[in-house]
Design a protein around this ligand. Structure first.
Ligand code: ATP
Length: 287
């Protein structure tokens, strides 16, 4: 694989879902587009290469948000089937960032209180504050994925929800939220291997949930549901990215790189001092 200069390519361009009708099957879960290194062996070095810039950009975002409630925010939204590696991405990619600047929410089966509200209610409450990087482990998309597959709402609700979600995400963009929507695309075979690996290793039994096999049995229904999401909720202001997820090292690197590229594009400047610097130097020196 040819070495790439760190500024001469865009992972966002490589992984962005094209507009128009798409199917999950159009995307290769085992590929590694635009990976600048050799492969798994140099993945730790590639991640380490991104770390200083990611850390600097996050600090700029945080600094800008401190005094300005209208400042920019980043929201990384992770969707994917069991074992696709939402947790791995959070540990390895998001884990490179100062935890004080991260606002992480995992969306589970809605509680009784959450169910008593509109499905976007709990999402709005979890949006990141100014200067923060929000992470959604699952999201409002569960309301057009599991809800559709398990028929937890009338099916004619789903297209209405697509429109509603598009309007909601446009509203977020207007409010200065940059949304990175990632579908972690793991293949059916790789999922099987990962589930078996969990069963074969007693130290991983805690990660195994017998219910995951029931979800796995609905694979093709999930592929239909994800294909519709990628087709109907892939807008200019909130596009989807399909992350090949069979290679864990690529998946983690690609999401970290996407964060770097999106933060770079915000052109974040350090806030100017709201005091006279020379006066303060003199005050400190004589204190
Ligand atoms: P993960 O696999 O994301 O690491 P987990 O499997 O450890 O999480 P669970 O509590 O088992 O944690 O997963 C969350 C469950 O909540 C999933 O089965 C998901 O489909 C379900 N869920 C999330 N949002 C909704 C929703 N709006 N309606 C119904 N079920 C939902």
């Amino acid at each position: 694989m040819a070495k790439k200069n760190k500024d001469d390519y865009s992972i966002a361009d490589a992984l962005r879902v094209p507009s128009g009708p798409v199917r999950v099957e159009d995307f290769d879960p085992d590929s590694a587009p635009d990976y600048p290194g050799e492969g798994k062996a140099d993945a730790p070095a590639q991640m380490a290469d991104l770390a200083p810039e990611l850390s600097d950009l996050q600090e700029r975002l945080y600094a800008a948000g401190r005094d300005n409630p209208r400042s920019r925010r980043l929201l990384l939204l992770l969707q994917g089937l069991d074992t696709s590696g939402k947790g791995g991405v959070i540990r390895h990619a998001v884990g490179m960032v100062d935890p004080q600047g991260i606002d992480l929410t995992a969306f589970k089966v809605p509680t009784a209180e959450e169910r008593s509200h509109h499905y976007l209610w709990r999402i709005r409450r979890a949006l990141p504050g100014p200067g923060m990087i929000g992470i959604f482990d699952r999201s409002h998309y569960e309301d057009v994925l599991v809800v559709r597959v398990d028929e937890l709402a009338p099916l004619d609700e789903i297209p209405k929800r697509f429109d509603e979600i598009n309007r909601f995400e446009a509203e977020l963009a207007d409010q200065g939220v940059t949304l990175i929507k990632c579908f972690l695309n793991v293949s059916r075979d790789e999922q099987k291997d990962r589930l078996l690996e969990r069963l074969e290793n007693p130290e991983k039994h805690w990660k195994y949930n017998p219910g995951d096999v029931d979800v796995r049995k609905k694979w093709s229904a999930y592929m239909d549901a994800y294909s519709d999401v990628l087709t109907h909720c892939n807008t200019e202001h909130a596009p989807w990215f399909v992350i090949p997820a069979d290679k864990k090292w690529y998946r983690n690197w690609a999401v970290a790189r996407l964060m770097v590229e999106h933060l770079r594009a915000m052109d974040l400047q350090w806030p100017e001092a709201d005091f006279d610097v020379d006066t303060e130097i003199a005050r400190v020196q004589t204190s």
